[in-house]
Design a protein around this ligand. Structure first.
Ligand code: KG4
Ligand code: ZN
Length: 329
């Protein structure tokens, strides 16, 4: 069974063909980084215009690479949220039009859940439920208890910035290019992670929740306290101290929840320092990561999860499927 996945929640336009929920036959991703880099972050209107220009060519390329025609698709899965409303409207409208024209079922997929499915797809024989799921991306920070694919209990999420967003904003304070996460990681290699005693955000009413805005402000004050322009060592020490504090926060929260395995999803999980810290702190837990190409936004994870949801529901979503900017787990 071929599922077409469509992903347009933010600044990647992606279409993918996945066979039987797990075999990726094609996964074409067109990134908009070049477009948004000069603004230091995603500009929603520009993102929409690029999706409009590129969605059909990306769809065509995904079919070509999979060596199938539109008529061989059995199911259409689309990320209907969370994300930018204009970008979501484009993806869901394209999916609905295809569903109507091809007379094929349509399934709306939660983009954040799909980030966890990416790790599942990458480690099929190693995952056992229940396990912990952790999403660390530009738009989301969440720790969930996963009973099965599609069955989650939220344990902690962010009350303000997402972790990747904090990386991007701190990078901007340090005059680093967008997206900031990989730049901070690179710079931190030369830095002392203990020079600046930043503290992770603490949410008194619920300590399992994340908060990154205070950490970001602490970085701003550290920068203001130093002679300008910052020396390259100062910048590297700030990057290393910030990165270490943000990841220690994730690690401390995971330590308070017992589980034999943890699966990770989202762009921030590309970070090698994070991966090394987790193996060091959790030698007895099975830690599973998305494979290369599946940690950042992509449509293969949308198609894969869509296949499972459709198998469970047995029916198509309605053509009234609404793009939704915020979806609770
Ligand atoms: O999952 P993703 O593609 O988009 C969302 O769904 O939000 O993640 C993009 C985020 C950006 O904030 C980017 O800075 C961050 O992932 N990121 C990283 C690294 N690579 C990407 N953060 C830290 N270290 C990295 N190596
Ligand atoms: Zn994402």
């Amino acid at each position: 069974m071929y599922t077409l996945g469509i992903e347009t929640t933010c600044d990647e336009t992606s279409c993918s063909i996945v066979k039987d929920g797990t075999e990726i036959v094609s996964n074409v991703i067109s990134s908009q980084i070049d477009l948004h880099a000069e603004y230091g972050g995603v500009v929603p209107e520009l993102s929409c215009r690029r999706h409009v220009d590129i969605l059909i060519p990306v769809l065509q390329q995904s079919l070509q690479e999979a060596k199938i025609t539109l008529h061989q698709i059995d199911l259409i899965a689309v990320a209907y949220g969370p994300g930018l409303i204009g970008a979501l409207l484009l993806g869901t409208t394209a999916a609905k039009a295809l569903s109507l024209a091809l007379k094929k079922p349509l399934i709306g997929v939660n983009h954040v859940e799909a980030h966890l499915y990416a790790a599942y797809m990458s480690n099929l024989d190693k995952i056992t439920f229940p396990c912990l799921g952790v999403v660390l991306s530009g738009g989301h920070t969440a720790i969930v208890q996963m009973e099965d694919i599609g069955t989650y209990k939220m344990l902690g999420e962010t009350i303000d910035d997402a972790i990747g967003e904090a990386f991007d904003k701190v990078a901007k304070l340090l005059d680093l290019p967008y997206p900031g996460g990989p730049e901070i990681e690179k710079l931190a290699l030369q830095g002392n992670p203990h020079r600046f005693p930043f503290k992770p955000g603490y949410v008194k009413r619920d300590p399992q929740q994340f908060s990154f805005s205070g950490l970001k402000t602490a970085v701003l004050y550290a920068i203001k306290s130093l002679p300008t322009p910052l020396s390259s060592q100062d910048k590297a020490d700030i990057a290393a101290s910030f990165q270490n504090t943000a990841f220690s926060d994730v690690i401390q929260k995971l330590k308070s929840v017992p589980s034999s395995s943890i699966i990770f999803g989202g762009g921030v999980t590309n970070n090698k320092y994070l991966r090394a810290q987790l193996s060091q702190h959790f030698p007895n837990r099975t830690i599973l990561w998305p494979s290369v190409g599946l940690s950042l936004d992509n449509a293969a994870m949308i198609a894969g999860l869509g296949y499972h949801l459709h198998a469970r529901k047995g029916i198509s979503d309605s053509l009234f499927l609404e793009p939704t900017t915020r979806i609770p787990f």
